[in-house]
Design a protein around this ligand. Structure first.
Ligand code: C5P
Length: 223
């Protein structure tokens, strides 16, 4: 049965992984495929939402009925999310954001010189999720904010600490390592709530996990 429990709602989803330029042809990146974020966008659209999908370096087909905004770096993603979040009922940060970026991107391709290679100096990227929580607090608006966290060990304890640190409403925690989650078709997670709740979502298609996340978001939306 098709639900329409997100009809009249506007949601923003980030997907993929940021690329931090080293020079015009090289970057620091990660293995995120964007599949989980795209599944979140598709399922929200199927449930009637007005969906904006902010995609960082995703090579999947454009989902139908979704507004797509493309970005590359964490700074671009931060700007796009801050713009798109305004007036949204829910924001889901499923993109994998690089923690650091090179201080400068070389104007032309870095060449081998025979000397020792120059080190790449890094600076920290903004925490976009924490920034979204701060923007909501400034506005005193109601908005449900969802983060994702990939943990390799002490998944629940680390997830709880991260949820508290970021200040979001829901944190979807995956266990990673050993080929799980990144780039695979299936996903498994525990969704932690700022109200102390924990909902286990068994291994299954990323679409099923996406629908379970939206169920939890719908419960939290004001009438
Ligand atoms: O701190 P960690 O990277 O594990 O947190 C993961 C969550 O925070 C994800 O929802 C990710 O999209 C978000 N994040 C962010 N900005 C960063 C790093 C992570 O929004 N710089």
């Amino acid at each position: 049965a098709t639900r329409s429990d997100l009809a009249g709602r506007r949601v923003v989803v980030s997907a993929g992984g940021t690329r931090e330029a080293i020079d015009p042809v090289r970057f620091l990146g990660n293995h995120s495929s964007g599949r989980q974020g795209y599944a979140l966008a598709r399922t929200a659209a199927a449930r009637g939402a007005d969906v904006t999908l902010v995609a960082a370096n995703v090579s999947l087909p454009d989902p139908a009925g979704v507004r797509l905004v493309r970005v590359e770096s964490a700074v671009e993603l931060a700007e796009a999310m801050e713009t798109e979040r305004a007036g949204a009922d829910a924001v889901v940060m499923s993109a994998a954001v690089a923690d650091f970026r090179p201080v400068t991107s070389a104007a032309s391709k870095i060449k081998k010189s025979g000397d020792a290679p120059a080190p790449i100096e890094l600076v920290e990227n903004p925490d976009i999720l924490a920034g979204l929580v701060a923007s909501r607090a400034r506005e005193h608006t109601e908005q449900t904010i969802v983060g994702f966290a990939a943990e390799t060990d002490d998944v629940i304890a680390n997830g709880r600490a991260k949820l508290a640190r970021k200040g979001c409403d829901l944190l979807v925690v995956n266990q990673v390592g050993g080929g799980r989650a990144f780039g695979t078709e299936d996903n498994q997670a525990t969704v932690l709530g700022s109200d102390g709740s924990a909902v286990d979502i068994p291994t299954g298609p990323k679409e099923d996990l996406a629908d379970r996340v939206w169920d939890l978001v719908v419960e939290r939306l004001p009438g």
